[in-house]
Design a binder for this molecule. Sequence first.
Ligand SMILES: Cc1ncc(COP(=O)(O)O)c(C=O)c1O
Length: 405
Amino acid sequence: MSFRSGHHFLQLPGPSNVPERVLRAMDRAVIDHRGPEFSSLVPELLDGMRELCRASGPVVLFPSSGTGAWEAALTNTLNPGDALLCAETGQFSNQWAEMARKLGFSVELIPGDWRHGADPDAIGERLRADRGHAIKAVMVVHSETSTGVCSRLAAIRAAIDAAGHPALFLVDTVSSLATMDFRQDEWGVDVMVSGSQKGLMLPPGMGINVISERALTAHRSSRFPRSYFDWTPILELNGVGFYPYTSPTLLFFGLREALKMILREEGLANTLARHARLAEATRRAVAAWGLELVAQDPREYANSLTAVLVPAGIDADAIRATILERFDMSLGTCFGKFKGKVFRIGHLGSINDLMLAGTLAGVQMGLRLHEIGTVDGVNAALAYLSNRNEDAPKTAAGRVPAGVA
Ligand SMILES: Cc1ncc(COP(=O)(O)O)c(C=O)c1O
């Protein structure tokens, strides 16, 4: 590959950019994973994760990617052959459903068009029809990373409750964690599944489960075969600050730094507001380019990424390849029915106004090279970002800093 000056723009919807501070926090000698430094780090991280997820239950951090945490959610709470209901929202909902089938569960997919989130009414209706409560869990992807569509978890919880159904509520927040509002306790999420490499601003390599009291009860009676991903030995040893295997200790130091940035310095509300603002700016650029979002319902716009449809006859992957080649920026490809028709812009994790401006400028130049989107979308985004009245940043304590209004 020829020499590239400056830094690569990693604008995938994850893995996302890892801030220098987090890299530095991990750039240290490996410590004893059974020593006192590690055992005091573990409870601090578990508490921080609870705060981030607005949860009161146990947190399990696995040395895995999000896919491992998907498997752990299923195998720790269910029994062989159980019936599961999964809302099709895109590639990731379908992959999770496929994994559940491979594990021997009986999975019913509520079909979706990949342009809408999980439909609370359809879920409620299906659960009401399940009078014998054969369905043991409902699986929903919060931010469907393949489409930039978000599912309305509070409404889905309300639909499950209105149906009077006891199914567990399993939710994938792989791309919504620390980018969009998520409330484990309030929304009655039983197992949250996530990963390190997106909103948490860490390298790939950590899978996450956050567990409700109900899920813990289900776990105790679950007879599904499991070993490495079994919550029980992990939760037992976590009680004294350890794990039953060699933990990715350096990643844990990175997590400590990332949680400090999100929870103590920027403040979670501001982190979420920043994502909302950058996502809105991106959508304004897309609208000005005359292109269409994959997401069709404004209530379901994901703030972690934007998926953009290209005009018929144009190959979205060719645009991505041009942008990589000419401007050294990686954008997300799309899968399944949107392969070649959609590109995805990641704007999650460690990103600010000027990084987004550069990202959108790269997209715009790539579009021009393919003779589409010739109107200035970047300017529409900049006008929004520089509007003094738009979502002024607040301090971590929630106050508007002096001079910003
Ligand atoms: C929504 C969602 N779920 C699950 C996964 C799978 O996670 P991983 O690639 O970390 O195994 C991804 C990956 O991008 C994702 O975006």
